[in-house]
Write a protein that binds this ligand. Structure first.
Ligand code: UDP
Length: 235
C-alpha cells in the first residue's frame, strides 16, 4: 500500500452520471463500492465533493443573483452531495463524519482540524462539505487546503478523463496523456488541472496530485497500491 492517508476529490458533475442534473444513484453506488475497497485496505480517507451537478457560483450572475450569494448557494449544493455520499457510505457499512465549512449544525459538525484528524485516526471516513466556507473559492481549493491541514499524502482528483493531456482530449483527438508532470510544467504549458489557487497550494506545500478516471472500477484501489494510473503531478 503506497498511501496511508488520502484526500479524494470528487466532482459534483461526475455524480450526475448519465443524468443532466442531480445525483445518479448508480454512480453513487459505484463510488461507494470503490471507496469501500480502499477502506478495507486500512487507508484513511478524507473526501471533498463538488457541487457542479446542482449549482455553481458563476452561474448565478447570469440569473441576476449576486456572486457571493451564488457562491454560498454552491457551497450548500456541495453539502447536498456530501450528505448523499455520507448516507450511501454508511449504508455500505462504513463509519463516516461530515464536517462543514459553514455553520449548519443540525446536519453536520463544523470543521475543526484536530477533530478531523482524530476521526481519520479512528478509521472514520471524513467528508468535507460546504467547501472552505468562503466565496470565490472552489472545491478544488478545498481539497488542497484540507489535504494539507489533515496531512494527507496525496490529492486524488477523480474525474471523467483519465489524466492530464497536452490538450482537451474531448475536443482534440491528437492530444496525448502525461504519466507524470511537474508542477512547473503544468504551469508553463497552461494545462488545466485545477484552478490556480488550488494548484499553488499543492505546489507550495509539496503535495502531489493524481488526476485519474474515477468512473473506471478498480482505479482507486490500484492507485492506492501504488500502480501508475492517471497523471501524477509532483515537484
Ligand atoms: N464554493 C465556494 N467556496 C468554496 C467551495 C465552493 O464559493 O470553498 C462554491 C462555488 O460557487 C462553486 C460551487 O460552490 O462554483 C460548487 O463547487 P465546484 O464548482 O468546485 O464543484 P465541482 O466543479 O467540483 O462540481
Amino acid at each position: 500500500m503506497k498511501y496511508k492517508r488520502i484526500l479524494l476529490k470528487l466532482s459534483g458533475e461526475a455524480l450526475m452520471g448519465e443524468k443532466n442534473y442531480g445525483i445518479d444513484p448508480n454512480r453513487l453506488q459505484q463510488y461507494t463500492q470503490e471507496i469501500k475497497k480502499v477502506k478495507e485496505m486500512g487507508v484513511e480517507i478524507a473526501i471533498v465533493i463538488g457541487g457542479g451537478n446542482i449549482f455553481r457560483g458563476v452561474q448565478a450572475e447570469k440569473s441576476g443573483i449576486d456572486r457571493v450569494q451564488g457562491d454560498y448557494m454552491g457551497m450548500l449544493a456541495t453539502l447536498i452531495n456530501a450528505m448523499a455520499l455520507q448516507s450511501a457510505l454508511e449504508q455500505g457499512g462504513m463509519y463516516t463524519r461530515l464536517m462543514s465549512g459553514i455553520k449548519i449544525e443540525s446536519v453536520c459538525e463544523p470543521f475543526i482540524r484536530r477533530r478531523a484528524i482524530r476521526h481519520l485516526e479512528k478509521g472514520r471516513i471524513v467528508i468535507f462539505g460546504a467547501g472552505i466556507g468562503n466565496p470565490y473559492f472552489t472545491t478544488d481549493s478545498t481539497a488542497s487546503l484540507r489535504a494539507i491541514e489533515v496531512e494527507a499524502e496525496v490529492v486524488l482528483k477523480g474525474t471523467r478523463v483519465d489524466g492530464v493531456y497536452t490538450a482537451d482530449p474531448e475536443k482534440d483527438p491528437t492530444a496525448t496523456k502525461y504519466d507524470t508532470i511537474s508542477f512547473h510544467d503544468v504551469y508553463e504549458k497552461n494545462l488545466n488541472v485545477m484552478d490556480m489557487t488550488a494548484f499553488t497550494l499543492c505546489q507550495e506545500n509539496n503535495l502531489p496530485i493524481i488526476v485519474f478516471d474515477m468512473n473506471k472500477d478498480g482505479n482507486l484501489v490500484e492507485l492506492v497500491k501504488g500502480k501508475k494510473i492517471g497523471t501524477l503531478i509532483t515537484s
